[in-house]
Design a protein around this ligand. Structure first.
Ligand code: 4AD
Ligand code: MG
Length: 464
């Protein structure tokens, strides 16, 4: 359907051609002498309006009620100019084949089902306008991500999913074990399962590929990872998932300023990409999900981002009359309400980069600033979501890093390979992590992060 209707004149150049459309019936309107059937194949938001006369081969299946909403069909016909106002062209059908019937219990018939309801139907929700549009825009953002880094000379590195280290040190890891050595007692009702230590030491699902990316950056210069990451944080919010995808570039011979410049260029590039390449879907989000999102994203792609230090951000929060649930003081971690105030209210919807956070609230690997109190960290905040990107310049000085590990009572031995990178040809380097689902949320206007990934994983929910 995109092939026919996706061009600049919405299919008018294809008038007179014979085409075959294969897809799923969205609606069926039977009139006395003619039947209108909307078919969607997911290639674009638009349906193909199929006009069926009783002369069409296979029409009896429409007549007998075999072809209904949800059924899959294969339709052959001629592209003709449409009399209707909704589309430029339609398909005058000469043959229709029912490929797969649809049971009357098909739950996607109701128009405007709530997104809460659709979350319980994750296997069928991609057949709706919203979720097919999200899937296409998510795909375009992934494509643009690779395109941006490849065009800028970065090498894509696959970081492991199973790991022994806790990059962020927050203890939010899922444990990996095996289900072998099951002992069944013939007469017992109870089954005892013994967990075997497969890796010889505790292993976890990764919270971040950064430490692994650093090993490749200190050999190939500029690299990035793009893969699934996992966090067992028990936060049932609209911006946290237990399984989410992260994009983590790592730049060698780079400092925090280079890092912020890269994050800005990346975000502007991918936003521009979807505005240019996903026009139909973006119009849909603009109308149905978040009014004005196209204008706001256009601003993001074109305007400079605001930059301020953590210390200035705290000062700004202390000065406002706004009441926050969590009180602010220098040294506190900024909460979502603070981040949103800064980007939405203080700076009118512009993305804001906050830098130089207190070292106590950041991870062990961040480079200490000369003041001894702060680290060269940065968070990029956007309206509605708050933190979209988190990054830093890494501590490349062996002595400082060892001291920090000791200070935090982390097991220095288990970081032997990470410390080696500082022992053999250490270089200033920096990187950041983009939460891919938060990026999809930002780009589509969706309120809940669970609607940005096909099969969301959150506390108490791992069906499908
Ligand atoms: O700020 P975070 O924890 O940074 C890191 O993991 C670094 N190792 C990244 C790096 O420097 N290479 O996470 C990075 C981003 C956050 O800004 C947020 O967008 C996203 O990952 N994120 C989540 N997204 C969805 N659900 C969660 N539970 C998330 N936790 C973090
Ligand atoms: Mg962070």
């Amino acid at each position: 359907i995109a092939d026919v209707k996706g061009g600049p004149n919405e299919g008018l150049d294809r008038v007179g051609q014979t085409v075959v459309v294969m897809g799923w019936v969205r609606t069926l309107r039977l009139q006395s002498s003619v039947t209108f059937m909307e078919v969607n194949d997911g290639s674009c938001l638009s349906n193909m309006q199929c006009v069926l006369n009783p002369e069409a081969e296979g029409y009896d299946q429409v007549d007998s009620g075999s072809i209904v909403t949800g059924a899959s069909v294969c339709v052959q016909g001629t592209i003709v100019e449409s009399q209707g106002s909704k589309q430029k062209v339609e398909l005058k059908v000469n043959k229709i084949v029912l490929v797969g019937q649809s049971d009357p219990s098909y739950p996607m018939q109701k128009k405007r089902a709530t997104r809460e309801f659709l979350r319980t139907k994750a296997h069928l929700r991609p057949r709706t306008n919203t979720f097919s549009a999200v899937a296409r825009v998510r795909n375009a953002l992934a494509y643009a991500t690779h395109k941006f880094f490849q065009e800028n000379g970065f090498v894509w590195v696959s970081s492991p999913i199973i790991t022994a280290s806790d990059c962020e040190g927050a203890g939010e890891q899922f444990c990996v074990t095996t289900l072998s050595n099951e002992c069944y007692y013939a007469s017992a009702v109870m089954t005892i399962i013994l967990f075997q230590d497969f890796f010889g030491k505790p292993a976890f699902l990764t919270v971040s590929g950064q430490l692994n990316a650093e090993t490749y950056a200190t050999a190939l210069s500029d690299v990035y990872t793009f893969g699934p990451t996992f966090r067992a944080e028990n936060s049932n919010t609209s911006r946290h998932l237990a399984e989410f995808w992260m994009i983590e570039p790592e730049l060698a011979f780079a400092d925090l300023n280079d890092d912020m410049a890269c994050a800005t260029a990346y975000l502007q590039y991918v936003v521009r990409h979807i505005l240019e390449n996903c026009k139909e879907d973006m119009e849909f989000f603009n109308t149905w999900i978040e009014k004005g999102i196209i204008d706001r994203l256009t601003d993001v792609a074109e305007k400079e981002f605001v930059q301020l230090t953590y210390t200035d951000a705290v000062e700004l929060l202390l000065k406002t009359n706004k009441k926050f649930e969590f009180p602010v003081a220098w040294g506190c971690d900024l909460q979502s309400e603070h981040e949103r105030y800064i980007t939405e209210e203080a700076f009118g919807g512009c993305p804001v980069i906050i830098r130089d956070y207190p070292k106590e609230i950041k991870a062990f690997y961040m480079r200490q600033n000369d003041d001894g109190k702060t680290v060269a960290a940065m968070d990029l905040l956007v309206p509605r979501i708050g933190e979209l990107v988190g990054g830093s310049q890494r501590e490349e000085r062996l002595g400082y890093l060892e001291y920090r590990l000791e200070e935090l009572k982390l097991n220095k031995e288990s970081y032997w390979w990470y410390l080696d990178l500082r022992r053999y040809g250490s270089v200033p380097h920096a990187g950041f992590g983009v939460g891919f689902e938060r990026l999809v949320q930002f780009a589509t206007g969706l309120e809940n992060i669970r609607d940005t990934i096909p099969f969301p994983r959150s506390p108490g929910s791992a069906e499908f």
